[in-house]
Design a binder for this molecule. Structure first.
Ligand SMILES: [Mn+2]
Length: 334
């Protein structure tokens, strides 16, 4: 892109210096940024005539249109001889697809929790997506952009910014998107496809939204996903992050949460704004995450108990925010 971080040149140099195959992987439970980062870099390296292996557990259904038949392979139990392992959008300790021990690792990631201890590590949480960093590596590799490279790259940027709605959407993210569109991405089509969901998603959405209720003078919106709902519709992919992503836009609320009943436990997905921190709320309940998006699992409780404990934590947070001068507005990150 316009400017290339010196670290991208360092990563590109490490990649070019390697003569054997590459194994390019990302974090467990691959999301749009994980899939987009791996596809973009793998396709760029193949353009240079290099051998690239991309082992990954199957991505969620709504991302599969990005992937060619046979482009992803099953996770490897052993690291191939002479292979350079490249971990994207993840701390190597949390990556999936290939063992990361026993050889050099190149790591490109935007998660602030990544300690950056890989042999060649470029970790910078100022980037909205790992695909933005991969784009700079592709530039440093000198590979020409086209739609096949730019489409998964932009998909990662779009999913990690909530389609340019989250607080991590900045000028650089939008400029990177503009450059990728210039490279040939069919933007309207990509945006449309990324929002397709299986019909069961909407059947579940209807059941979840039927439980919506407002608490604490309308500052909190809650909804449940019960075991009975999942039994009624059958086990499908867990899209509950999308459900809380919709709830969060309830006017007048500062905290949104979905309570997911899982045999013997309740998983909470929490979102916040206006100085309230989902992270602090979830840390108080034994979980963690980002200020604007966090989660926790309450073991051995029913939905009613989980709701009571959640509301106690939210109330403490909202009271704390009220008494905390100059509290900043939470922003999103993924
Ligand atoms: Mn990411």
């Amino acid at each position: 892109m316009d400017t290339i971080d010196p670290q991208a040149h360092r990563v590109a140099r490490a990649l070019l210096d390697h003569q054997g195959p590459y194994v390019v992987v990302a974090h467990t439970d691959p999301d749009g940024d994980a899939v987009g980062s791996v596809l973009t870099l793998a396709r760029a390296l193949r353009r240079l005539g290099r051998e690239v292996i991309t082992p990954m557990t199957p991505p969620p259904r709504f991302l599969r249109f990005l992937v060619d038949d046979g482009e992803l392979v099953d996770p490897l139990t052993e690291r191939p001889r002479d292979a350079l392992v490249v971990v994207l959008d993840s701390d190597p300790a949390r990556s999936s697809g290939v063992p990361t021990s026993g050889g050099q690792v190149v790591n490109v990631d935007h998660h602030g929790t990544n300690p950056g201890t890989a042999e060649v590590a470029w970790v910078d949480p100022r980037y909205a997506s790992a695909t933005m960093m991969v784009a700079e590596v592709v530039d440093a590799l000198g590979v020409e952009w086209d739609a096949r490279l730019a489409t998964p790259c932009l998909a990662g940027l779009m999913t990690d910014t909530g389609h340019f709605r989250f607080g991590n959407t900045d000028r650089r993210a939008l400029q990177a998107a503009g450059r990728l569109i210039d490279a040939g991405v069919a933007y309207a089509e990509l945006s449309d496809r990324l929002q397709w969901r299986h019909p069961d998603f909407f059947r579940m959405l209807a059941l979840v939204m039927a439980t919506v209720r407002f608490r604490l003078d309308g500052e909190v919106v809650l909804a449940d996903q019960t075991l009975a709902m999942r039994e009624a519709l059958g086990e499908s992919e867990d899209d509950s992050d999308d459900y809380v992503g919709q709830l969060r836009y309830a006017e007048g609320t500062r905290v949104a949460a979905i309570l997911k009943e899982r045999g013997g436990a309740v998983k909470l997905s929490v979102r916040s704004r206006g100085g309230a921190s989902a992270r602090r709320i979830c840390v108080a309940l034994g979980g963690g995450g980002h200020d604007a998006a966090a989660g926790a699992t309450l073991e051995g409780v029913d939905l009613a108990t989980a709701e009571r404990r959640l509301l106690e934590a939210v109330e403490a947070e909202l009271r704390g925010v009220a008494g905390r001068p100059g509290g900043t507005t939470a922003t999103d990150a993924s």
